[in-house]
Design a protein around this ligand. Structure first.
Ligand SMILES: Nc1ncnc2c1ncn2[C@@H]1O[C@H](COP(=O)(O)OP(=O)(O)OP(=O)(O)O)[C@@H](O)[C@H]1O
Ligand SMILES: [Mg+2]
Length: 330
């Protein structure tokens, strides 16, 4: 089935899609109506000519008259199609305007609220970290409280960052594209996330690092790879291994993140790319509780670059997330 995202950009706009749907329905009604009219008229004409059916002149005149009616109907249909097209566009515009305004307001609110939440949260994190690292001895229960506050503020910080990115994503904000070497990008992400892997004694490695050049938004692509590596670490038990590979094959560049973690059930494999979908929807208290926004963002970033993300997974054995992007060939 044709996906909307495979259509030219102009046809993907909701307004054009709604206008085309309305126009399509009206056009079908118009054609059905014209066929009925033609059948009724031809029955009338043929009935009128019935007493003279042995006179070829009469019969020929009747057929000429029918052909003229047919042409008039075709002409009326052409005019109808133009009018339907124009009317559908304006109806779609009027119908979607309040919705678009509401969505824009909601996006603005998410954006503003996320920005405003960042500052107090940064202060809380700074103060908690200062207290946790202070030399003054403190009772273990207070230290535990501070550790929990620190962990939860980190989660909130991540959620805010994801909400901000989503607000930009929904606004279809442009990518800042430039020639990007995926090898360097991946090694940067792996370096940044190594402490996370070390904390779980997970062996994080770059298994393959071939040259692969794309025209991409380096920041967003780093976010994509970081989300995948973060998941691979988060959903693998201690001492598992996570490996990242980069390579290019003809006009496509690939990044694959493999883990030997818990894997994903077959029925959940496509759902994990839906917003706010989490396989174990219960918020786990062990710090794994995310918000189900990482993979939808990954998919959006890959698709915005003309590529996609796929998952291959075996329950209990591990998963491989593969990103395919159009390569920048010489
Ligand atoms: N490598 C993986 N192995 C096993 N399950 C995974 C893996 N990656 C993702 N999942 C499953 O897919 C779900 C969705 O992942 P996603 O990254 O979108 O959200 P999250 O990690 O729960 O939260 P967030 O990324 O927003 O902090 C996860 O809750 C997890 O159940
Ligand atoms: Mg995640």
């Amino acid at each position: 089935m044709t996906q909307w995202r495979e259509l030219p950009a102009g046809l993907r706009s909701p307004r054009i899609r709604l206008a085309l749907t309305i126009a399509g329905i009206l056009f079908l009604l118009l054609v059905a109506f014209s066929v009925v009219v033609y059948l009724l008229v031809s029955r009338e004409v043929l009935q009128d000519v019935e007493p003279f059916r042995d006179d070829p002149l009469f019969v020929e005149a009747a057929h000429r008259q029918l052909a003229a009616y047919g042409m008039q109907l075709v002409f009326a249909n052409i005019v109808g199609v133009v009018l339907i097209g124009i009317a559908s566009y304006f109806v779609a515009q009027a119908a979607l305007r309040p919705l678009e305004q509401a969505i824009a307001l909601q996006r603005q609110f998410t954006n503003d609220a996320s920005h405003d939440l960042r500052t107090p949260l940064a202060v809380i994190r700074m103060e908690t970290s200062a207290a946790l690292h202070s030399r003054t001895p403190m009772p273990p229960d207070i230290a535990e409280c501070l550790r929990i506050i620190d962990e939860q503020t980190q989660r909130m910080d991540r959620l805010i960052e994801q909400l901000l990115t989503l607000a930009h994503v929904d606004a279809d904000s442009a990518l800042n594209r430039e020639p990007t070497d995926l090898r360097h990008l991946v090694s940067g992400v792996v370096r940044d996330l190594r402490p996370l892997a070390d904390a779980k004694e997970i062996a994080l490695s770059v298994a393959r690092s071939d040259p692969a050049l794309v025209l991409g938004d380096e920041l967003k692509l780093s976010q994509l790879v970081a989300n995948l590596v973060d998941n691979a670490i988060k959903y693998s038990p201690n001492s598992a291994s996570v490996s990242v590979s980069v390579w290019q094959q003809r006009d496509a560049a690939f990044i694959a993140v493999s883990d030997t973690g818990e894997g994903i059930r077959a029925g959940d494999r496509e759902n994990v790319f839906r917003r706010f979908h989490r396989v174990d929807s219960v918020r786990s208290p062990n710090g794994r509780g995310g918000h189900g926004l990482g993979l939808p963002l990954c998919r959006w970033i890959a698709r915005a670059h003309g590529g996609d993300v796929f998952v291959d997974s075996r329950e209990g054995e591990g998963s491989t997330f593969t990103v395919r992007l159009p390569a920048l060939t010489a």
